[in-house]
Design a protein around this ligand. Sequence first.
Ligand code: PHE
Length: 339
Amino acid sequence: MSLSVQEVNEAKAKALAEIGAAESAAKVEELRIKYISRNGLVPEFMKFMKDVAPADKPAMGVALNALRTEITDALTSRKSELASSGARHGAFDFSLPGNWPRAGAMHPVSSVIEETARIFGQLGFTVADGPDIETEFNNFDALNTAAHHPSRDPADTFWLEDGRLLRTQTSAVQIRVMQSRKPPVRIINPGRCYRRDTIDATHAANFHQIEGLYVDYTPVSLADLKSTLAHFAREMMGPGVKVRFRPHFFPFTEPSVEVDFSCHMCKGAGCRVCKQSGWIEIAGAGMVDPRVYKKIGYDEDLHGYAFGMGVERIAMIKHGITDLRLLYTNDLRYLQQFA
Ligand code: PHE
């Protein structure tokens, strides 16, 4: 028996056509056995090499090598083509659900912060930033907080060994901003705060506040504060939401107020969300105490207001969330409903 280069090339063309037409992994495997397994055609052809005339050996060698490598490569690529087109076993089930990457979504706390920045941004406020680790000066002293004020107690504040602390309020950023800029100042600052509170449905040791500060040479009044917060309330909670001020005390504002929004759920009639009162406490606020200006070297006859509101609280009442811990247990089944 003899074998010519032409016969080898014809066999190769036939094999490559067959492999290209294979429609399933099983068929590819069948062709692999037919052509390149131990008893397949390629090893069979190789056996003829020893009978080839010496002058023809180089050409035959080239043809047989090409036969083996081209068939091997074609089998491999056809196999992966079929795998990636999903045509395993010659069938593709178009009713199977696809493999979609899961889209991320904003956490309710983050979306309240973004929305707040947007609303105040329209009023000309920019977003300022400050660190979570603060000095006692920025968190307490400069905010006119008495040396013996209970909030400084280690039972309430996380103190670090070097005398610094985890800020208990974003009000510390008021100090940073006033120390680094001249008036007029118009900023909000969203950020984390820390207090040694026992964790329950409405308290967390780590929570978020959004601070606001407006200081200018031209008169800024409590009425401006109220109208600004009323605008914010309507934008955030819906039209018709009202704002009320109740007298309060903060060391760094005078006068000081606590700010309530009318309940957006029951429109003020009284429900579970507002504990039947029709109002929900949202923020602390007031006119900046001139003693604060003095501490940081600002002119004492400037006019300004400040406010600080709880982000979790806004997220909770906005979405009717009854337990603050649900925001932080990271259960996607729960959080996804706000996406
Ligand atoms: N920092 C105060 C608090 O945490 C809130 C506040 C901010 C009050 C700004 C007045 C002005 O309770």
